[in-house]
Design a protein around this ligand. Structure first.
Ligand SMILES: Cc1cc2nc3c(=O)[nH]c(=O)nc-3n(C[C@H](O)[C@H](O)[C@H](O)COP(=O)(O)OP(=O)(O)OC[C@H]3O[C@@H](n4cnc5c(N)ncnc54)[C@H](O)[C@@H]3O)c2cc1C
Length: 338
């Protein structure tokens, strides 16, 4: 779909699982037609496609908890395949299927000076115009199954604890290799060089390309500065071939150019967003167990106009619960849009 540049939608729904698709239907029924639904998968209900066994019965009362549908969207208990078909029919009947945009990973949403949400995409091949869409409200319904991308080579069991996806385990004095060429890798790399309580870390940036091409201008400038003055060790333009445990019990990295080096820790920033990353990067406060802080009646977070529903806010989520959350969130948005 080609989007008009700078289009402003009333609701951008991120995630096309049960919560996201019910939000789209509820919005339509509330008279809100100007919406977009964005999912990183190639179709709606991807989690169900991927994680439910073939022929699995889809229960309404999941995990022994009895649920009643409180909104306009419901389903009849059936098999996985029939459930997906039911949802397709419901979306078609509501006339919202053309609002769905697939294969787009959102890494954060930010509010601009005009109070409109901008969506930041995790990759470069963005459909024309979509990146310029602004939203008055956002519903995040991204579930809990998101995870960071991993490299293709194996993580040997003995060194797994030293192979991480964020900086939380880094200790002062460690030799750390950051792997990746995007903004997260850049921010990890120069962030670690600058961290006051880690003055003795020795940080290497490894990226398969020799040049920084995917970082924003600030991150490019910061990384280039530290690569130039040697505070960040440059291991760019070469890929990792394999990992093994070194004789001293550390990580031995074997590169594709035949060289190898030893590190205490490797931190991978290869894209792929966890729900927590997405929430925190979007300014949402999270409490215990990473559950976002939100209003239990409306599902609005501390960021005005930013709602989060479904599995993200529940530890025992279900389809019916996600449907009900969608109804409450859309009601709240509809009352504000009046
Ligand atoms: C094996 C299994 C069996 C289950 N069986 C049942 C059952 O029988 N009955 C029942 O009620 N519940 C069941 N559940 C639970 C139920 O599936 C979930 O509670 C429900 O799917 C939650 O819906 P959601 O919309 O919150 O999240 P999800 O279904 O996880 O959907 C999230 C969507 O967001 C997309 N997404 C994620 N991150 C991004 C991003 N950064 N950018 C763009 N898109 C993104 C994903 O691709 C996905 O499509 C089961 C769960 C599992 C794992």
């Amino acid at each position: 779909m080609i989007h008009e540049n700078g289009k402003i939608v009333d609701i951008a729904i991120i995630g096309a699982g049960p919560g996201g698709m019910a939000s789209a239907i509820e919005a339509k029924l509330a008279g809100i037609e100007n919406i977009i639904v964005i999912d990183k998968a190639p179709h709606h209900n991807d989690m169900i496609h991927k994680f439910y066994k073939k022929g699995k019965r889809v229960d309404k009362d999941w995990m022994g908890i009895k649920f009643e549908f409180t909104g306009n969207v419901s389903f009849e208990e059936c098999s996985k395949e029939e459930y997906i078909e039911q949802m397709e029919v419901k979306l078609q009947a509501a006339g919202v299927l053309d609002k769905f945009e697939y294969n787009h990973d959102i890494i954060r949403v930010t509010k601009n000076e005009e109070g409109l949400f901008e969506m930041i995409f995790g990759h470069d091949d963005i459909a024309e115009g979509i990146e310029t869409i602004r939203a008055r409200n956002v519903i995040l319904s991204v579930g809990r199954m998101g995870k960071p991308n991993r490299p293709k080579y194996k993580f040997p069991k003995e060194i797994k604890p030293m192979l991480n996806f964020n900086l939380s385990k880094v200790q002062n004095g460690e030799r750390v290799m950051i792997v990746g060429g995007g903004d997260t890798a850049g921010e990890y790399a120069y962030g670690l060089v600058e961290l006051e309580d880690m003055p003795d870390c020795v940080v290497t940036l490894n990226y398969r390309k020799a040049e920084i091409t995917r970082m924003n201008p600030i991150n490019t400038e910061m990384c280039s500065k530290y690569l130039d003055n040697g505070k960040l060790i440059n291991k760019m333009g070469v890929d990792v071939e394999s990992l093994e445990q070194s004789e001293s019990g550390k990580i031995q990295v074997n590169f594709t150019d035949g060289t190898s080096a030893e590190y205490d820790r490797a931190v991978y920033a290869l894209g792929g967003t966890t729900p927590k990353d997405l929430l925190v990067n979007s300014g949402v406060k999270t409490g215990e167990w990473d559950v976002p802080v939100y209003d239990e009646n409306t599902f609005e977070t501390n960021v005005e106009g930013l709602y989060t529903i479904g599995d993200v806010v529940t530890d025992q989520g279900s389809i019916a619960l996600a449907f009900n959350h969608a109804s409450d969130a859309v009601k709240s948005i509809a009352s504000k849009l009046k």
